[in-house]
Every structure is written in structure tokens, then in C-alpha cells.
Design a protein around this ligand. Sequence first.
Ligand code: CTP
Length: 463
Amino acid sequence: MVLATSLDVETLPPPVRALCERLRGAGHGAWIVGGCVRDLLLGRSSGGDWDVATSARPSEVRRLFDRVVPTGIRHGTVTVLLEGGMRCEVTTLRAERGYRDGRRPDEVRFVNDIEEDLARRDFTINAIACDPATGRLIDPFDGRADLARRTLRAVGDPAARFAEDGLRPLRAARFVATLEMELDPATERAIAGSLDTFRKVSHERVRDEWLKALQADRPSRAFDVMQRTGLLGVSFPELAATSGCAQNRWHAYDVWRHTLVVLDAAPRDAVIRMAALLHDVGKPPTRAWSEARGDWTFHGHERVGAEIADAWLRDYRFSNDERERIVHLVRHHLIRYEPSWSDAAVRRFVARVGPDHVEPLLALARADVTARGRPVDDELRGLETLRARIAELGTRGLVARTADLAIDGRDVMEALGIGPGPTVGLVLRALLERVLEEPELNERQRLLALLPELDARLREGGS
Ligand code: CTP
């Protein structure tokens, strides 16, 4: 990689350049800084978010632009909304002092020197500024050289940078994955000493970093850093405990290594990858030696894992929808498909996991099987067969829930002359079982004809 001394101004979006020109026209300094400069140098898209550092005070920025959101006035940041849905965070040049709570500076001192502003930033690759008029780069900490050798290095003293903001060590882990970089050894060593500050970081911020890390080509790189530096032990002790948890003869790796391989093999989808990360979290607490098998067993690990995952995802403020889908995948990740399954067994499987979850579950199962590190061709073929059989059944109108039946609760009450109550649900459930065996039964008249017999069986206490 050639160390450019400037960026082609044509690569800077015109609205961002116009914003800087306006600030400069009013007599202020303005530079493009941070992740967007880094991403331009790497030839990556940095999305629609841009950062500008300026000597103008927030009140002056608000006067100069129409559409301004006061996102962090106390720290000198406002967001200017630009055309085309672009957003630009405009931050007054500052030097920060003291972070007693490890999250927010106690005192913000506005300065007029861009280099002083760059010195408070986290990593050298994020501490490069670009003059928007000429494209000239201001790079006092050799961030470009670190980009070229793909080294992630803190600006100045890593312990001081991490003490300022406890999220920074986790950002380091994320960048190792998303930017495919290696951690500078001194920067990595400083993480152990920053864990108490990291503990104070809000769970929402931690969640956001995890979600960003999961979008990397190889997310395992971030989680490997978290494990070896102790960050994972702070956030999620049960997951950290999978390291060193040896498995049985079906696996070549311990639970943690296996998990990392599953993670990278899973499709780039936050829910599936999060489920990949958590799918075996129930193994350490369920591990037991079986004399009969002469091997380790993990009975019920999917159920225990789902409980651990549920509690953690709540604690880390994942949305209810994400949490429910992730927990569901963890709960059902073991697919014990056998070629001997009847069509009714395939239909029962779909009914159990829910039609919407079949594809993500098969994707997770494929990654899980592949990641054993042992020959698995038969099992992969089995999963493919299962997918094909489900697709074929799907074309014939798959019935998976009682709501898919050709009659509903009202029909049941009317036909049996009963009022609302648990019996209605039991009857519908019994009908569903019959239809899973024989889908042709799912016609209104045929179901109504079955009702007296089912009702009698339920009354006798059978099913
Ligand atoms: N920054 C920092 N310390 C932090 C967060 C941010 O020093 N804890 C600085 C860095 O210079 C960073 C810039 O603020 O580049 C913008 O931060 P942010 O937008 O959060 O991250 P980016 O580096 O832009 O990366 P990404 O957009 O991928 O999150």
C-alpha cells in the first residue's frame, strides 16, 4: 500500500465539502476526521456518516446551518443533516481532561489546534485529518503507516487512552475483525489493565460493538481478542468458560474453538451469527462423563444454553424480536435428522421449529456440522435432504400451526356445543397432530367429521 500524502478531493462527497467551505467562509478551521478518512484510505465505503472537526463553537455551527440536531452539545458535537440522507457529526476541536467515570470527560477544553484534537483520539488510524479544500492529510501519529502494515495502535500511551473511555478496548477488538488488522503488542497488553474501566461501559454500547463485529468477514477475530484479553470474561463469563471445555469424539476442537469456526461459517446475519456464538454456551454446565460411552455428554445443553442466552440478551438490551429469534435458534440447534424420517416426521419438525425459522436453523446447523473438524459429509447430505423434503412438502400447503387448520376455535365450539375454554385448544392441537400425519384431512368437512371422535377421546383422558 502506497502512503498517500493527500486524498483526491473528488472522492469527498460534495455536501461534506460544502459544509466545510461554509465553516471556513465564516472564518473557522474545518477538517474531515476519524473513521471516514481511515475508510477512504482503505478504499472502503464508510456509509453515510461523516465526521468534521472545527474550531467553531457548537452555537456558531447551529447558526450557520438549517438542519442541525444537538447530539452532544456538552462535548461540542452537533449533527448536521445533509442532502441525500447523509449525516455529518460536527465536533468542536477539543482536548479532554480526566475521565473519572471512564465514560465521559469531566471537563472539555475547546482548542484551536487540529493536532491537539487528534492526540485525544483512540487509535492512530482514526487520528488522521483531511483538509477538505486540498485533500492534504494531517497525520501526526503515522496512522497511514499503521494502515499500510495493518497494525492497530493506540495514540500515545495505550493505558491512558483506555482509561479515558472503557469502550476503546472493545473497539480495538472490533477493528481487528472488521478491518482485518493485528493488535500492536503494547496496545494489547494495556487491555488487561483497563478491564475495570470497561466494566462501567453501558451494555447498549457493548451490544452495538458486538453487532458491528458480527458484520466482519471473519467475526471470530474480534471474539478471539476479547477472549484472550479478558474482555469476554467481563461481559459474558458463561461464554468465556467454553474455552478449554473439551468435547467428545465427534469433535476436534474444544467448545470455544468450535464456536469460533461455526461463527465464521455462518451467513452474515446478526441473528444467525449471534446464535452461532451462543449455540453451545450451555455445554460447560451440562458436561458429564458417561461410563457407558467412555466419553463426555452434554445432555440438555440446548435448553440450558437457551436460558443463559435469554438472560444475557435481555441484560445487554437486544430487541425482543432479536432475542426471541436468537434464543429459538439456540434452543433448536440440534437437528437429529435421519433418512428414516417419515413425511409426517418432517412435517412435525417444521411445526415444532416454525416455518419461518427453518432456513436460519438449517444455515446454523450446516455451519455447526462443518465446524466439527471431523469428516461430516453424511450429515451435510442429511441436512440437504431435509431441506429438499421440506421444500417439496411446502409446495403442498404446509400445515404447521393450529391457525393453518381449515377450521377454527369457533367451529369447534359450535360443533361440540361448548363454550370457550382449554378444551377448544386441546381439540385443535389434536386435529393438528392428525393433519401432520395426513395432510389431506385438512378440509373443513373432514375436520368437522373428526370432531366427535376426538372429543370423546379427550373426555376419556386419551389424546
Ligand atoms: N473516537 C475515539 N474514541 C472513541 C470513539 C471515537 O477517539 N471511544 C474518535 C475516533 O477518532 C473515531 C471518531 O472519534 O474515528 C469517530 O468515532 P465513531 O464514529 O464512533 O467511530 P469510527 O472510527 O468512525 O468507526 P465506525 O464508523 O466504523 O464506528
